[in-house]
Write a protein that binds this ligand. Structure first.
Ligand SMILES: Nc1nc(=O)c2c([nH]1)NC[C@@H]1CN(c3ccc(C(=O)N[C@@H](CCC(=O)O)C(=O)O)cc3)C=[N+]21
Length: 288
């Protein structure tokens, strides 16, 4: 008899979080504080345009105003910097994101560093990443990267305790792989973390030992083995024949105890955490 993994339902969890945020936005509004998310999109990538559209739809659902800036592919770095400074100064914009990836002629790091760290809704400004490195123990008072937050929140809301668990992160990208380990090793989560990447030579050995796997490599179905009863988060996104495909081989549904599917797992949680970052920034503004 085969037993199937239980589902870490990101879509349903994100809906609950959005419900909670709706109340917080209404409370801010009643006290005279508006909440607004800005997005900057450069170029015509259909995937990126779809993601940005989704963020504006989410905002409308929870009562957050949104400001959309769409720029042509040929936009120069200086023109983009001017837009970034505009949103830094715009009082209607509580937080904003610059949709990644940017065209090759623009230096992503220069753009991220030009953002006001207090308005960095993605938590990717080096000051905010630095605060995550520096702060092991105290509550965070600065924005954190949305996908790592989404992973931790998805587990917490299914009452999965990571204390003492061995978490294997696969992938070393700046948006997920690198920051998620910093979040998981804070004292309030207390996991033990291994970071694997394309230079790792014993991935299957590590997978056989891991209690939890966060698969964020972006390589379709590359995770083909797991410890029986492991908890698997399928974060990586590839498109195979036009279909969203995760990093985790579907055969592992018969091995794991819990799986976050893709789509329907960490993706919707990422969007909910972006809204959460904007609302928290608005609440911090209101308190000052
Ligand atoms: N500055 C910046 N911030 C980002 O947060 C950011 C970015 N750039 N660039 C691209 C990635 C990708 N990303 C996703 C968000 C939601 C889903 C999502 O909700 N997906 C749905 C549907 C997927 C589908 O059907 O296409 C799901 O997983 O169920 C996926 C991927 C945010 N990113």
């Amino acid at each position: 008899m085969s037993v199937s993994a239980r589902i870490l339902d990101g879509k349903a969890t994100a809906a609950t979080i959005k419900q909670e945020l709706t109340e917080r936005v209404a409370k801010l509004k009643a006290a005279g504080h508006s909440t607004g998310l800005g997005t900057i999109l450069v170029g015509n990538d259909p995937g990126s345009a779809w993601y940005v559209g989704g963020k504006h739809k989410d905002c409308a659902e929870v009562g957050i105003e949104s400001i959309r800036v769409d720029l042509p592919e040929e936009t120069t770095q200086d023109e983009l910097l001017a837009k970034v400074r505009e949103l830094n100064e715009n009082p209607d914009c509580t937080g904003y994101i610059v949709q990644l990836p940017l065209p090759n002629h623009i230096d992503q790091d220069v753009i991220l560093e030009a953002m006001d760290p207090a308005k960095d809704a993605d938590g990717l400004h080096p000051m905010n990443l630095g605060r995550l490195v520096a702060n092991v123990n105290r509550p965070m008072t600065s924005p954190l990267p949305c996908t790592p937050l989404g992973c931790v929140e998805l587990l917490a809301r299914h009452d999965i305790d990571l204390t003492g668990k061995h978490v294997l992160v696969v992938g070393r990208g700046v948006t997920i792989g690198r920051p998620v380990g910093l979040l998981l090793t804070r004292r309030d989560v207390n996991a033990t973390v291994t970071l694997a990447h394309t230079g790792t030579t014993n991935l299957d050995e590590l997978l056989a030992q891991a209690d939890v796997v966060i698969a964020a490599a972006g390589s379709a179905h590359m995770i083909k083995t797991a410890k029986p009863g492991a908890i698997l988060l399928d974060v990586g996104v590839s498109r195979v024949d036009g279909k969203v495909t995760g990093d985790i081989d579907p055969a592992l549904y018969e091995v794991a105890s819990w799986i976050s599917p893709n789509p329907g797992g960490v993706g919707p949680m990422t969007r909910a955490m972006l809204l959460n970052n904007v609302v928290e920034a608005a609440e911090r503004n209101a308190a000052n």
